[in-house]
Design a protein around this ligand. Structure first.
Ligand code: SAM
Length: 176
């Protein structure tokens, strides 16, 4: 909610999310994005019905484009760039492959698309209980917290964490 409130202050016009799943965050991002926003969401093997549902999340004159494919594939990156039609992102939201190499690749491949003054954000920057205490739960943060610690040393960042003791979640914001 804090993240959405922050975005609402300056509604993003060009948004790309890596990791659509069932479209939960896509739905929320569309609620706070600019009325003319273009929102692109990427996920592996997105069925066409899911793309149709995503398109219905648009409000006002928003456009929602679902890109099906591995975010690291050159074809997927090309489809995201094509959808942007030369525009740069106001917001990149990374919530796809949570393996260290995967999240790093997503940041390296897609953050150059973010405009100066835009934002990149990571979901799941707080280590899950399995990595901290060896207690498996449904929450899985993978290599995101480790990569986030590296990002923090290289960029201006801020964190939205409700409770540092929580099991995963948390949003890390980068000002690339
Ligand atoms: C944690 S879920 C995303 C949750 C989503 N943002 C939401 O609103 O609930 C992670 C998603 O990333 C996708 N994913 C994992 N690796 C990926 C990759 N290499 N390329 C594209 N999507 C990937 C998975 O299929 C999964 O749907």
């Amino acid at each position: 909610m804090q993240f959405l409130g922050l975005l609402q202050q300056n509604p993003p016009r060009y948004v790309c999310e890596i990791g659509a799943a069932s479209g939960g965050t896509l739905f929320l991002l569309a609620r706070v994005a600019h009325p003319n926003a273009l929102l692109i969401t990427v996920d592996v093997n997105l069925p066409w019905e899911r793309s149709m549902i995503h398109a219905r999340f648009a409000t006002g004159k928003q456009e929602i484009v679902s890109v099906s494919g591995d975010s690291r594939a050159t074809g997927t990156m090309g489809r995201v760039r094509a959808a942007l039609r030369g525009k740069h992102l106001d917001l990149l939201f990374i919530d796809g492959d949570h393996a260290y190499d995967g999240v790093k690749a997503d940041f390296q491949n897609y953050s150059p698309l973010v405009r100066a003054g835009g934002l990149a954000a990571f979901h799941d920057i707080v280590p899950d209980f399995n990595s901290r205490y060896g207690t498996p739960t449904v929450h899985y943060t993978g290599g995101v917290p480790a990569f986030w610690q590296e990002v923090k040393t290289q960029y201006k960042t801020s964190e939205l964490i409700e409770d540092p003791e929580q099991d995963g979640f948390g949003i890390g914001i980068v000002y690339p």
